[in-house]
Design a protein around this ligand. Structure first.
Ligand code: AMP
Length: 203
């Protein structure tokens, strides 16, 4: 089973060893090399396998396993995540978006802040692509609204999850429909050119 298809909720927490891959974010939170900034209640780290030029993760200091453990008492925490998002938007030179995977694979609640170029050697599969460009990526503002309205975040059905992962490839910046990932990755370079950034060769 791939990491992406192993939702954390299905893993037996009591039997898990402290070096289990799904605990990697908690380790990275302690590593000064990974930390981008800290706030009162949260830590921002670099994603170890970035799927775009800019890819950060925002995690709470509090041991909250995932979005499914959030309740109304966490609204202030999520608002702090929003402040971090605003701050980062002002600091970086590329457009970024913030949100949560509907079915996270790693433990400890984490919000992705990711630039929309999606140019990165670590972006390899259709599942990587669809996890950031379909409704599998739940925008920050919608998650906050859902929490305020319902007091919890609802789980996505396995059927919808499966169909989103199978969505045909389509560029997130224009109507181009590539046949495969190499074509898509090549095409994405044409969009990032407008930002006049140094572009490393994409594998
Ligand atoms: P998710 O699907 O929302 O659980 O995404 C988990 C994210 O964590 C992915 O974007 C991974 O690239 C990233 N990741 C995996 N292991 C680590 C690690 N040890 N440190 C930092 N980021 C990681």
């Amino acid at each position: 089973m791939s990491k992406r298809s192993a939702p954390i909720a299905s893993v037996n927490m009591h039997s898990k060893k402290s070096n289990h891959w799904s605990l990697g974010l908690v380790e990275s939170m302690k590593d000064p090399e990974c930390i981008v900034k800290k706030t009162k209640q949260a830590v921002v780290i670099k994603d170890k396998y970035p799927k775009a030029k800019i890819h950060y993760l925002v995690l709470p200091n509090e041991d909250i396993n995932s979005i499914f453990k959030l309740d109304k008492s966490h609204i202030g925490l999520l608002e702090e995540f929003g402040d971090v998002y605003n701050e980062i938007q002002n600091e970086v030179e590329l457009p970024v978006k913030a949100g949560f995977h509907a079915v996270p694979s790693m433990q400890r609640l984490h919000m992705h802040i990711i630039s929309t170029d999606m140019v990165s050697p670590s972006l390899k599969t259709k599942i990587h692509w669809n996890s950031f460009t379909t409704e599998f990526f739940k925008p920050y503002a919608e998650v906050l609204e859902e929490l305020k309205k319902n007091g919890c975040i609802n789980k996505m059905s396995p059927e919808l999850h499966k169909s989103l992962m199978a969505t045909e490839l389509k560029c997130n910046q224009c109507s181009y429909k590539p046949k495969n990932m190499p074509q898509l990755k090549e095409h994405l370079l044409s969009h990032i050119m407008k930002y006049r950034l140094p572009v490393r060769p994409v594998k």
